[in-house]
Design a protein around this ligand. Structure first.
Ligand code: PEP
Ligand code: MN
Length: 362
C-alpha cells in the first residue's frame, strides 16, 4: 500500500502543469447548477473580472439526495459551458457520475472533470468513470466521500491513477455526521491533512460552500482553508442565490465572492522576517518540550495503571469501577473549564486514556 501510494505521489502532475495558478488564493467558481444560458454567461463574465478566478464550475447532472428535486439540465448545459470558453478566459469544469457523462464532456471539450461526494463512496461507479477516461489526458478532481472515510477517497484517486490519469486533485467538501453543527458538512480537517500526508504532491482544494451550507459561513471556512495552507478554493456563486434551483442557501453572488477574496488573508509558507522566525522557533521549542513532557507523563501514568491492575487481580477487585470513572471525568471536566479548555476536547482525550488504561488491566 505504502509503495503504491509513493508511486502515485511521484507520478502526479503538479497543478501549474495543467492550470495557470499565478495568484493565491486561486479559485474555481460558478453556480451549483447550470440553469440557463443567460445565467451561465452572466455569472462567468462577472467572475472573470477577478484574476483569482481561473475555472468556471457548473453542475449539469445533479445527484440529489431526495427525488423530485432539480436534477440538472443535462447535455444542453454543455453547450453553455462551451460559450463560457468562447467568451471568457476561464477554463470549465463539471461533475461526472457515469461513463456516459464522461463521453459527453470529452466530446464537448470540458477542460476539467470532477467526481462528486456521492460517487466517491461508490467504487464501481468510480471504476466505470476511470475506464471511460483510460487513455485520456483530462484533469480530474475527486471530492471526498460524504462519510468521513479516508480509504474511499484514496481508493477513488488510485482507481483514476491506475487508468492513467496523472493530472489529479482532491476537493475537501466536508463530511456528513449524525450530530447537527453550524456546518452543513463538518470539515473534520484531520482527514484532508492525513490525505496530504499520504500523498504530499496531490493538490488539495477546499470547497467552503458545501462545508458551510450557509452564505454567512463561506468566508470563515475559506479563511480556515488558507490558514491550513490550502490555496485552491471551489466556491458556488449565483447571480441571484435566492432563486437558485439547488443549494440556494450557500451560494453567493459574483460580486460578494470578489469582495470576499479581497478580504481573505493568505499566510506565507515561511516568514522572511527574522524576528518573527525566531519567535516562531522559540514557541515551537516550547510546544515540543510540552509534548515530550506529556509523553513522559502518559508513560508514568501507565506504570501506575499496571501496578494497580496487578493489585486488583491479586485482591479479586474488578478492573472497571464505573462510579470512579464518572467521578474522575466530572472532576477533570471541571478543571478543564477552569483552565479555559474546551470540555469536549478534554473529554475525548480522557476517554482515550481511560480506554487504554482498562485495556492494560485486562
Ligand atoms: C456540487 O459541487 O454542487 C456538489 C453536488 O457537490 P458534492 O458532491 O460535494 O455534494
Ligand atoms: Mn452544490
Amino acid at each position: 500500500m505504502a509503495d503504491k501510494l509513493e508511486n502515485l505521489n511521484n507520478n502526479l502532475k503538479h497543478i501549474p502543469t495543467w492550470l495557470d495558478i499565478d495568484t493565491a488564493p486561486w479559485v474555481i467558481a460558478g453556480p451549483c447548477s447550470a440553469e440557463s444560458a443567460d445565467q451561465i454567461i452572466e455569472t462567468a463574465l462577472a467572475l472573470e473580472k477577478s484574476p483569482n478566478v481561473k475555472v468556471f464550475r457548473a453542475g449539469i447532472w445533479k445527484p440529489r439526495t431526495r427525488p423530485d428535486t432539480f436534477e440538472g439540465v443535462g447535455p444542453e448545459g454543455l453547450e453553455w459551458l462551451k460559450l463560457v470558453k468562447q467568451q471568457t478566459r476561464l477554463l470549465t469544469t463539471t461533475e461526472v457520475a457515469t461513463a456516459r457523462h464522461v463521453e459527453l464532456c470529452l466530446e464537448k471539450a470540458v477542460d476539467i472533470l470532477w467526481i462528486g461526494a456521492r460517487t466517491t463512496v461508490n467504487p464501481f461507479g468510480v471504476q466505470e468513470i476511470a475506464e471511460a477516461l483510460r487513455g485520456v489526458d483530462v484533469p480530474v478532481m475527486v471530492k471526498n466521500p460524504i462519510n468521513p472515510e479516508l480509504g474511499l477517497w484514496l481508493g477513488a484517486i488510485e482507481r483514476l491513477y491506475q487508468a492513467g490519469i496523472t493530472k489529479l486533485a482532491a476537493i475537501h467538501r466536508g463530511f456528513s455526521g449524525l450530530v447537527q453543527t453550524d456546518y452543513r458538512n463538518r470539515p473534520t480537517w484531520q482527514i484532508p491533512i492525513e490525505l496530504k500526508r499520504c500523498l504530499p504532491a496531490l493538490p488539495l482544494i477546499c470547497d467552503p460552500s458545501h462545508i458551510a451550507g450557509r452564505r454567512d459561513l463561506v468566508e470563515r471556512v475559506s479563511q480556515m482553508a488558507l490558514d491550513f495552507g490550502i490555496t485552491g478554493l471551489m466556491v458556488e456563486s449565483h447571480p441571484n442565490p435566492d432563486l437558485a434551483l439547488s443549494d440556494s442557501d450557500q451560494q453567493i453572488t459574483p460580486s460578494e465572492l470578489i469582495e470576499m477574496l479581497d478580504r481573505l488573508k493568505v499566510r506565507q509558507v515561511e516568514t522572511t522576517d527574522p524576528a518573527v522566525r525566531d519567535q516562531i522557533e522559540y514557541m515551537r521549542t516550547q510546544i515540543s518540550r510540552i509534548d515530550s513532557q506529556l509523553i513522559a507523563d502518559l508513560a508514568e501514568r501507565m506504570k501506575w495503571v499496571d501496578k494497580i491492575g496487578r493489585l486488583k487481580r491479586d485482591c479479586n477487585v474488578p478492573v472497571l469501577q464505573l462510579n470512579r470513572w464518572e467521578y474522575l471525568l466530572e472532576d477533570h471536566l471541571a478543571q478543564a473549564r477552569e483552565a479555559g479548555l474546551e470540555p469536549a476536547y478534554v473529554k475525548a482525550v480522557f476517554e482515550l486514556i481511560h480506554a487504554n488504561a482498562v485495556k492494560k488491566q485486562l
